[in-house]
Design a protein. Sequence first.
Length: 103
Amino acid sequence: MAQAWRPTTTGSLFATDGKPHPLQDTLLAVTLVLGVLAFVTSMFHSLHLVSSWAGLVGILTGAYGQFISVTTRERFGLILGLGLAGVGFYLGLAHGGLFGGVF
């Protein structure tokens, strides 16, 4: 019964394949940063330009990151970033949009 005492890592949320993925990790970091920026700035009515543009770019980078992601860890972080970017983007649009009356 030695196998019963071995820890299983296959079901871990942050399981990795042991290989480096620099492009995917960069897209993950950019999506999370833009998502947090869009979400936080969407709470202020006067920062709608920042929140809408950061949200739009965060959605695009997160979508491409999901397309090329390899591990569950990357997908989990990308979904969090995409959710934050989406909320920030839509609230930024509601507060004034991408151009805010410039055009």
